[in-house]
Ligand binder design. Structure first.
Ligand code: ASP
Ligand code: MG
Length: 468
């Protein structure tokens, strides 16, 4: 049995949805299959903008609603024979009517509580799910719609809900135990519900999570994530056109990679499958015969020291020095707590106890919030002079090398720095002792140059590689 998931771009046009259906069909011939589907690419963002307009009292929200309607109607026109179109449209229209009611309500109140936002943004998947299921049926397949809110049970942390695995696993097993061999289950990704039945969402890009939760509960053979690239690549192909697919990578390395800036898979989604040791495959729906990447525990890729060169752009480096002599550790832990309760995503931190210096690497968009939090936390605390000279470096980027466990870190740093010395750029290694990464703080504008240089060094795609 398999769970397969299609992302928004994999159903980004009617033709792509047809291609996805062909892939689904080929799975179904071999095995029982559960399909998890994302919203059509761009729809979730449109829903968020519609809420935003309605909250601000702008009627632009109804224009956006019509854009959403048109996208889905166009799919129906392209996918279905004339005699079928009206019935599919009327089904989709009744879902759209419920969406419109909610948006009208937000416009009326000029307010959208987190609970309402989740209800509204879950509509993208309800719509794509209907269209896909109807299309599979019109192709003679036995597709059955399953509503994720019936079995993905969460807390009430709207927008980023946490799964109650005990209840969810049991419900998933009960719901799918009766699935027939020829039945294709079609599940809306991204969505769950709390104990009162209110709709919750699992975080942006959370459809991967829906797939792995179901896969782990049912202990399937694999969870296959169909996306628009050839698996996990050893560099961002926009920066390095010669980037290559990694055949195998571990769950931990993949999570680490997501933290380092590579948008691979929704990081939390690897936890349930890791616990059951279920492989996750990342496959390209535009190149379906390609083997892609397998994420598992037993990776074979020990021949290479560096697995991936990756980067994060638009970060700020915040350096707080002169921390108080006697309780610097306490100050640092208060800062960590502040940032984590504000749910700020910290890219990396480094605390030098001896020098009493803390540096934080954060996304540039979070800079003001971070500084305000720290300043207001310590403004009336004695011996808090350190908040007066916080040093900020903007327009920075982080380039990271993800290493194999057995790699010689010293040697890698040497090769990297000797190659970069020719580039006439400034950079600084970030001290992250004991981790399986080498990281450099760089200027945002130098990221491309550095990534392609290092890719050349470690993956032998340019002259330098041989020298190094
Ligand atoms: N449609 C949702 C989003 O765009 C979930 C997903 O795509 O996985 O975030
Ligand atoms: Mg999406």
């Amino acid at each position: 049995m398999k769970v397969i998931k299609f992302g928004g771009t994999s159903v980004g046009t009617a033709q792509k949805l047809k291609d996805a259906a062909a892939i689904i069909n080929s799975y179904q011939q071999k095995d029982k299959v559960i399909v998890v589907i994302s919203a059509i690419g761009g729809i979730t963002n449109k829903l968020i903008s519609a809420i935003d307009e309605a909250v601000h009292g702008s009627n632009k929200y109804s224009e956006i609603f019509w854009e959403i309607t048109t996208v889905h109607h166009n799919y129906i026109d392209e996918l279905f024979a004339a005699d079928k179109r009206e019935s599919v449209k009327s089904e989709v229209d009744s879902t759209l009517a419920r969406l419109k009611e909610k948006l009208d309500g937000v416009r009326l109140l000029h307010h959208a509580a987190p609970k309402i936002i989740d209800q509204i943004i879950s509509f993208g998947e309800l719509l794509s799910q209907k269209i896909l299921a109807e299309y599979l049926k019109s192709d003679g397949l036995n597709a059955v719609v399953y509503n994720a809110a019936d079995f993905i049970k969460t807390d009430s942390n709207f927008g980023d809900a946490n799964i109650n695995f005990e209840i969810t696993n049991e419900k998933v097993r009960i719901v799918f135990i009766g699935q027939k061999r020829n039945e294709i289950a079609v599940v809306n990704g991204f969505t769950g519900s709390n104990k009162y039945g209110d709709i919750t969402t699992l975080g942006r890009s959370g459809s991967d999570y829906t797939a792995t939760i179901i896969g782990a509960a049912l202990k399937v053979d694999s969870v296959d994530i169909w996306t628009d690239v050839d698996g996990i690549l050893n560099a961002d192909p926009r920066l390095v056109p010669s980037a290559e697919t990694i055949d195998e990578i571990s769950y931990e390395q993949t999570i680490e990679l997501s933290n380092l800036g590579a948008k691979v898979i929704f990081p939390k989604s690897l936890l349930p499958v890791k616990a059951e040791n279920i492989p996750v495959k990342v496959l390209n729906s535009f190149n379906p015969d390609f083997a892609g990447t397998t994420i598992t525990d037993e990776t074979q890729n020990t021949s290479k020291d560096v697995l991936v060169v990756t980067s994060l752009d638009n970060v700020s480096i915040v350096t707080i020095s002169n921390l108080p002599l006697y309780n610097s550790l306490e100050v640092v832990s208060r800062i960590y707590n502040l940032l984590s309760s504000a749910q700020l995503n910290v890219v990396s931190t480094n605390f030098n106890h001896h020098l009493r210096v803390l540096s934080l690497i954060i996304n540039q968009k979070d800079l003001d919030k971070t500084i305000n939090l720290i300043e207001s936390e310590f403004q009336f605390v004695p011996e808090s002079d350190f908040i007066k000279n916080i040093e900020i470096r903007n327009d920075a980027g982080i380039v990271s090398l993800l290493l194999n466990n057995s790699a010689n870190v010293r040697q890698i740093i040497n090769s990297a720095s000797s190659s970069l010395s020719d580039l006439n750029i400034s950079y600084r290694f970030i001290n992250n002792f004991g981790s399986n990464t080498v990281q450099l703080a760089v200027k945002n504008s130098d990221i491309g140059k550095i990534v392609s240089n290092l890719h050349g060094v470690f993956f032998g795609t340019n002259q330098k590689a041989n020298v190094a």
